[in-house]
Design a protein. Structure first.
Length: 202
């Protein structure tokens, strides 16, 4: 049997509807293509940034070598070694302290009773640090005339706040190191480049 006029009209109407949808999709495509290009451009920029960041990264070996160069002609080999180890300790102790402090703020809010309680840090194997013993404070004062005294005091304060470290840190080392403030600043700047995450990978 042949199609009725009504059937033909329905088919034509259906074809018109499909054609309209196709046109709409075509009209949408330029926008999608534009969005796709924007995403691709953004990804390229991210890759470029990551590439540049990776190029700027330094290995622990490089940092330690630069520290050795900074202390060339200063003090004894043993003292210089202890000075570098001491700063590396302060850097990592500071990083872990700040991470734990952020956790406490997220959990309890900015409440000194929690943030300045050593047991809240020691409980998760993190050393409690007074404000003047934190790495951020040392970096901020790296150019100070009394930076050697600041570092020595930081070491003494950390021992006092954390009994488990009693006798483990080198005290009054920087004041007797024989390095001027510019060399100590070089040491701090170099040690500050160490990324704790990459250190553990290496």
């Amino acid at each position: 049997m042949g199609r009725s006029k009504k059937d033909n009209e329905e088919i034509i109407e259906e074809l018109k509807t499909k054609n309209k949808k196709v046109k709409e999709e075509k009209n949408k495509n330029p926008k999608k293509e534009e969005q796709k290009k924007e995403v691709e451009d953004a990804n390229k920029k991210v890759q470029e940034i990551l590439k540049k960041a990776k190029e700027k990264e330094v290995t622990l070996e490089t940092v330690l070598w630069n520290c050795r160069v900074a202390l060339r002609g200063v003090g004894t080999t043993e003292k210089n070694r202890d000075a570098v180890i001491g700063l590396v300790f302060l850097k990592f102790a500071g990083d872990k302290f700040e991470k734990r402090r952020k956790e406490l703020i997220d959990q309890y809010g900015d409440i000194p009773a929690f943030l300045e309680k050593p047991s809240f840090y020691n409980a998760v194997n993190v050393f409690y640090l007074k404000e003047t013993a934190r790495w951020s404070f040392i970096v901020k004062n790296a150019s100070a005339n009394n930076i050697a005294v600041i570092i020595d005091q930081a070491m003494a304060d950390i021992e006092e706040s954390n009994p488990s470290l009693k006798g483990a840190l080198s005290l009054n080392l920087f004041a007797t190191l024989g390095a001027d403030k510019s060399k100590i600043k070089d040491l701090i700047d170099n040690v500050n480049q160490i990324d704790e995450r990459r250190f553990h990978e290496e």
